[in-house]
Design a protein around this ligand. Structure first.
Ligand code: AQP
Length: 352
């Protein structure tokens, strides 16, 4: 069966972009796929995290998964650092990936800023750990926001190079999976994972600047709707959201060159599972002063119950920890098999 993997970093300020670009899609995939959803704390520490806050944030993301409708009994919900195989496979992938590939990653350039010498080695190697997260479960599909597209391409490059470098060995061991690469049928060990990106909220933008993505680390609280914002905060943030002076267009083409308008219409569409065209057929010609309160009400109606449930779940941290521990056991059962195979493929002794 097709398997989905994805993760969210426990770095606080979980926002509407994380929900609509990722978590909401995780929920939808549960009926059709085996799903593995991870709180990626090893990724979080690529930049400094206060230890007590990190623990709180790990539980908060877990609560957000469950409150949004992910079923930890039917699928796997766990915490990355509890399954050592992720870090182990990442090391092997560090030896498969090339420096030149990682040098091209735009997220590293953005997050490292001007003084790259001061960035952690982990921040640079982040994409090889992400490839490991996905390929530890030999996942075929990864739902993510648009910002992760380049990392997903790197994951495919790593899988392909590993398959090619070790193709004879994989064939000898008889543990490959048939796959098509170009016109050729080959036996690879790792699948070439497909991203699932799309819909009207694949890239949710900052409420203060329609050219920047909504982000956890933006210094302005007004730039993002946080999952746990109350109705007043949500209404205020949309009221203060940057817009241009024109009314909403009636056609989607009319959103071109109007990034803030495009973003708000996209948010409305994603929240009510419609298209931007549907939204504009209702609100085209109207002023933002009418549209913004409607958007705020819709956001409160969709996010409010999730926030309430998140708060309830976080009232019992021990219960969350039990869910994570059980999830880790089930994740490890898959991960340890992959690692045993990989060690055998690479030529280590005692893997299987
Ligand atoms: N603005 C966004 N629009 C759509 N999807 C988004 N995602 C993040 N921002 C947006 C998606 O959310 C998932 C989890 O992301 P992450 O935990 O890896 O965090 P991130 O991408 O680092 O989030 P931020 O908010 O952008 O944090 P900073 O400020 O640290 O850069 C991913 O699937 C991501 O695509």
């Amino acid at each position: 069966p097709e398997r989905v993997f994805s993760g969210v970093q426990p770095t606080g300020n979980l926002h509407l972009g994380n929900y609509l670009g990722a978590i909401k899609k995780f929920v939808a995939l549960q009926d059709s796929h085996d799903c593995v959803y991870c709180v990626v704390d090893l990724h979080a520490i690529t930049v400094w995290q206060d230890p007590a806050e990190l623990q709180r944030n790990i539980r908060e993301v877990t609560a957000a998964f469950i409150a949004s409708g992910i079923d930890p009994e039917k699928h796997i919900v766990f915490n990355q650092s509890q399954v050592a195989e992720h870090a182990e496979l990442a090391w092997i992938f560090n030896c498969v990936a090339r420096m030149g590939w990682l040098n091209r990653m735009t997220q590293f350039k953005e997050k490292a800023g001007k003084d790259r010498e001061k960035a952690s080695v982990g921040l640079f190697a982040y994409p090889t750990l992400m490839a490991s997260d996905i390929l530890t479960y030999r996942a075929t599909h990864v739902p993510v926001g648009e910002d992760q597209k380049q990392h997903l391409e790197l994951t495919r490059d790593i899988a392909q190079k590993f398959n090619n470098d070790y193709s004879a060995r994989i064939a000898d061991l008889g543990i490959g999976v048939p796959m098509q690469v170009g016109d050729e049928n080959v036996n690879g060990y790792f699948p070439l994972t497909e991203p699932i990106i799309g819909g009207p909220a694949a890239r949710v933008m900052s409420l203060r600047d329609g050219t920047k993505k909504m982000s956890k680390s933006d210094p302005s609280d007004l730039s993002r709707i946080v999952m746990t914002d109350d109705a007043d905060a949500i209404a205020k943030k949309f009221r203060k959201a940057k817009t241009d002076p024109d009314a909403l267009p009636s056609e989607v083409e009319g959103l071109e060159g109007r990034p803030e308008a495009d973003n708000l219409v996209g948010l409305y569409a994603a929240l009510c599972e419609a298209t931007k065209a549907d939204v504009l057929s209702e609100y085209g010609g109207q002023e933002f002063s009418r549209f913004k309160p409607a958007l705020a009400d819709l956001a409160v109606a969709k996010i409010g119950p999730i926030a309430d449930e998140m708060n309830r779940l976080q009232g019992d941290p021990a219960e969350i920890d039990v869910i994570l521990a059980k999830g880790a056991d089930r994740a490890r059962a898959i991960a340890s098999k992959t690692l045993a195979d990989v060690k055998e493929i690479v030529g280590f002794i005692g893997g299987r």
